[in-house]
Design a protein around this ligand. Sequence first.
Ligand SMILES: [Zn+2]
Length: 455
Amino acid sequence: MFLEKREKNALTGYLTLNGFSLDCVKELKYLGVVLDRLNKVARNSFGIKSNVSSLIYKQGIVPFICYGSQIWGSALKKKIYCRLLRKIQRRIVLRVISGYRTISYEAVFAISGFPPIDIFIIRNNEFKIATKNCTNKCLDGSLRVSELPHPSERFPLNLVNYRKNIENNFPVVCFTDGSKINTKVGLAFVIFQDFIEIGTRQFRISDECSVFQAELLCIAQAVSWICNNEILSSNFLICSDSLSSLCALNNIYSQNKLIVKTHINLNFLRSRGVQVFFSFVRGHTGIYGNERADWLAKEATKLRDLVPMSIPKSYHKKVFKEKIISEWNNLYQISINAHLTKEFFPSIQSRLKAKHFHPNFKLTQFLTGHGNFKAYLKHFNLSLTDQCSCSSDTIQNAKHLILACTNFSSERCTLMKCLQKNNIEWPPPLSAFVDGNSSFTFFCAFINSIFPCIN
Ligand SMILES: [Zn+2]
């Protein structure tokens, strides 16, 4: 249990689980890793670095806190439990950003880039439920092992390299393509016999589906079309511009319903003496058949009827991320705290966009205003004055030191030049320092150079 000293004595005597009383421990083992005293090894000015503690948090602490959350997650409807969880999380994330204990929750989460854990748990549970739902109607659901054909009845694809005039060796050539335009997904194949177009098929699938699904379904439909056309009894060539679909179809252990069905169809054709060959063609390289299939697939997005396909995990993941970010951003915006941090990161989206940003002890102080500044120290009676040594009537805070303090004019020169190059006038909005990689590098160098001289 994670408890503060004053909570320890008050609580532990009364808490039981299945008749066993819960004790307070200094360390615990989780998946073979002993978690103990992160506080002792990740100090502000020494110990493990921010990126290491961030990794420990993501890979060790989050799974630990979320353990069994699908069962107890519904309890987070009550605000009091959310607050308790955030309290535990904040203590750990403070180690990641190497910040002082006085920093607000909103600033801690924004600087670390980790969302409040209760939002994560609630949305994660929704994500897990959504990805489990796949109706039997879907053409590409997953089959149980007992429903799969024996591996000896499944064969890898007959793959051939596409070359010029390959059509001379194959009397019937089929081109397949899937396309996504204006969020709509269509697919189509076109069949040529002796260079003459003899048939096309177009389908549309749900907007949430991926192009990969469209490409895979298209090849499967082409094979199925060959199966149903008994008049044609020669060798076939199916050309696709999707390498990932061909690789997926080549996997004889796949449990995907669509792939299994295609393997069964290919076996049936083989028993009739018909061989189907597959080839990868590069898209948009002027191959007529490919261009024609591409055009038909784009046209197919206008169809009304949809072929039932499962919604891919990637779509749910996208929605899951968007929901977390928007909810987290709402909390961040409506809060009256973290006003200096909000000048650097006006929104959570802008924080997450800054991939180059890694917090450390010095940076966190400047981004929160909670640090070795006279205004902050005076607040805790650690300094007699809150005024800067550069002038008698200026309060020394993070913003003054960055933008105006005359004690650091020479150090500020390179930073100003860098912003000038990007056409940003001085004084810039504070977000300009963390937006781009180059200005952030200069900003870090500036902070490092002035930090030892602040007094
Ligand atoms: Zn000053």
